[in-house]
Ligand binder design. Structure first.
Ligand SMILES: [Zn+2]
Ligand SMILES: [Zn+2]
Length: 337
């Protein structure tokens, strides 16, 4: 059992420090996980930039964790040393109103169990999920964003034969477009200014891809749906312009789901008459509720390897952050060695 771990600790805007930290002794219901890979998410970049303040510093960053179990406490039965696992770092109190209403991510007492930009984590067994046979900890790092995408398609209440538009083809947008097809959507339109991301969307089965800087999204959505507009649109880029684009796309009676993390400063002009006369449903999709296990299970049946790009050693975390900012790939990974 190691007594310390190298971890990247966030101390505030632009201040990420590599530190050797003491590792808490493992209790009977805890698990020691050696991180293999952790995805660098836009949320990590926003927290570093100070544009989104989800939590106060100091804090371990990295919440998309694939790893290997190294030791388990005496009361832990669902995983054993050597198991490949994914870790859901969100730890809710289980006693507040929101927890008891089945929405642990609204819990005001929610804490983070460990952090992925770290060699080791001692975490409660309840946040450790064994990966299906054949799924590596590398792919396991995608369980977390996949769980958020699952939550989003559930918020969209998709039905077989639905038409769907996804504005933004980053990790969430691409995963939502894949899951929309799995839910039975037969027409999916994906918009992103980056040609490489549009190509990925096509490989993942999008019916049509568009460049929002040159193409008219509303026209394309209408073309695809006999002039009606789509059943459900997903905003997956987090910008004011993309929200305004996505808002136009649902048909009368349709739904818009806000799934990406927008800057808290963004305001949009909303025609309330539109809301009234189109009977629009606008829904937020905040992280997840209980989708993590199904995301883990889904990893066994999806080939998501093309979402993963360069991998950096933890000691080069700065370079990993820069690579994520350049958006060279959908997911940059960080791992201990
Ligand atoms: Zn994330
Ligand atoms: Zn709670």
């Amino acid at each position: 059992m190691p007594s310390t771990t190298l971890s990247a600790v966030w101390y505030g805007t632009g201040d990420l420090r590599l530190e050797d930290r003491p590792l808490a002794p493992m209790g009977p219901t805890e698990v020691l996980v050696e991180v293999a890979n952790c995805g660098v998410c836009a949320t990590d970049l926003h927290m570093l930039d100070g544009t989104i303040r989800l939590y106060p510093p100091p804090r371990l960053l990295g919440h998309e964790i694939g790893g290997t179990v190294r030791a388990v406490g005496g009361d832990v039965t669902h995983v054993q040393p050597g198991d490949a696992v994914a870790v859901d770092t969100g730890l809710a109190c289980n006693t507040c109103f929101h927890c008891r209403e089945g929405r642990p991510f609204m819990c005001p007492n929610r804490k983070s169990a460990g952090g992925g930009f770290s060699e080791y984590n001692v975490v409660p067994a309840s946040v450790v999920y064994r990966l299906p046979t054949g799924v590596s900890p590398r792919i396991g790092a995608l369980a977390e964003p996949l769980s958020c995408a699952l939550h989003a398609v559930e918020r969209g209440q998709l039905r077989p034969a639905d038409s769907v538009a996804v504005v933004g083809a980053g990790a969430l947008g691409l995963l939502v477009s894949i899951l929309a097809r799995l839910c039975g959507a037969t027409r999916t339109l994906v918009s992103d200014p980056d040609p490489r991301r549009r190509e990925l969307a096509l490989q993942f089965g999008a019916s049509r891809v568009l460049d929002p800087l040159h193409d008219n999204l509303l026209e394309a959505a209408r073309e695809m749906t006999d002039g009606r507009g789509v059943d459900c649109a997903f905003e997956a880029a987090g910008l004011q312009a993309t929200f305004e684009q996505a808002l136009e796309l649902p048909r009368a009676g349709g739904t818009l789901v806000q799934v990406s993390v927008p800057s808290p400063e963004i305001r949009v002009p909303l025609k309330t008459y539109d809301l009234f006369s189109r009977e629009l449903t606008i829904r937020g999709s905040y992280i997840r509720t209980t989708e993590f296990q199904r995301a883990v299970d889904l990893l066994a049946t999806l080939d998501l390897s093309s979402l993963i790009g360069e991998r950096f050693a933890l000691k080069n975390i700065g370079a990993a952050i820069e690579a994520a900012r350049r958006r060279d790939s959908i997911r940059v990974l960080v791992g201990p060695g």
